[in-house]
Write a protein that binds this ligand. Structure first.
Ligand code: NAI
Ligand SMILES: O=C(O)C1=N[C@H](C(=O)O)C[C@H](O)C1
Length: 250
């Protein structure tokens, strides 16, 4: 059987360098390109890449995906910074290349995907819910893509169940003291030397609390999800948002 021809964009970055090693170690894959900032995207076409793993920055990701989709290359995207406008733009590009697949995964680790699922399940049963994400201090965006997605899923689950806003008597607050408001869910971002990627979903009801916590302790936690994404995206045209769709969790 021929090997899947995979390229990595952002190959010198924290997660990109780990992805290069994971693809090289995968028996069913061949690493055909490993590109960093300043490298020409034409190298992806020259290498005849089937799947491009995109792990760069929010500022670079759209240009890179425009190129990939125009050249019919599938993409597995971990880069953050997704807005409704960006997703609409990507969908338009994919409409023009109907056999191309793009997976965007706010988080590739199984524990984080399950945290989102468990939070979604629990959210309607508790009056209060807040999200705290904790990351290394080199992270350029806040809140994290995972925390934003978690809050969106929580808000949607509560809206569908007809649950009202969480109680909060705060009358005066310093700017930021109550976190960022993501669809009505407070999201707090901690940046601390020594950490990698962590998240707590705090839920509270009369007389009880539930804390759902996940810790990524090494970038290796993201690799099985990236490899799964690369294997599945080639036969999944269009936009898939969230690794859960490839784990049959929906
Ligand atoms: N979805 C997930 O599970 C995960 C997502 N991430 C996300 O992945 C992204 C990268 O994270 P890190 O590796 O920590 O950042 P990083 O800053 O260590 O790596 C990014 C790399 O991309 C390179 N780069 C920038 N523009 C480029 C371009 N146009 N072409 C090729 N390379 C380019 C940079 O030079 C840098 O080497 C972030 O958005 C982060 O939030 C990180 C870990 C897990
Ligand atoms: O920048 C990181 O490190 C991470 N980014 C992703 C995010 O913003 O959710 C995934 C994970 O939290 C690590």
């Amino acid at each position: 059987m021929s090997k899947l021809r995979v390229a990595v964009l952002g190959a010198k970055g924290r997660i990109g360098s780990e992805a290069v090693r994971a693809v090289e170690a995968a028996e069913d894959m061949e690493l055909v390109a490993a590109l960093g900032r300043g490298d020409k995207l034409e190298a992806l076409a020259d290498a005849d890449a089937q799947v491009v793993v995109e792990l760069t920055t929010p500022a670079s990701v759209m240009g890179n995906l425009d190129f990939c989709v125009r050249h019919g290359m599938h993409a597995v995207v971990g880069t953050t910074g997704w807005t409704e406008d960006r997703l609409a733009q990507l969908t338009t590009w994919l409409d023009g290349s109907p056999s191309t697949g793009v997976l965007i995964a706010p988080n590739f680790s199984i524990g984080a995907v399950l945290t989102m699922k468990f939070a979604q399940l629990a959210a309607p049963y508790f009056e209060s819910v807040e999200v705290v994400e904790l990351h290394h201090p080199n992270k350029v965006d806040a809140p994290s893509g995972t925390a934003t997605r978690t809050a969106q899923l929580i808000a949607a689950a509560r809206a569908e169940a007809g649950v009202g806003p969480a109680p909060d008597a705060t009358a005066t607050a310093l700017d930021g003291a109550r976190g960022a408001d993501v669809d009505g869910v407070p999201v707090h971002a901690v940046r601390l030397r020594g950490l990698l990627a962590h998240q707590e979903v705090l839920l509270g009801a009369e007389g009880e609390t539930l804390t759902i916590r996940h810790d990524s302790l090494h970038h290796s936690s993201f690799m099985p999800g990236i490899l799964l994404g690369a294997r599945r995206v080639v036969s999944t045209p269009g936009l898939t948002f969230g690794l859960e769709h490839f784990l049959d969790l929906n």
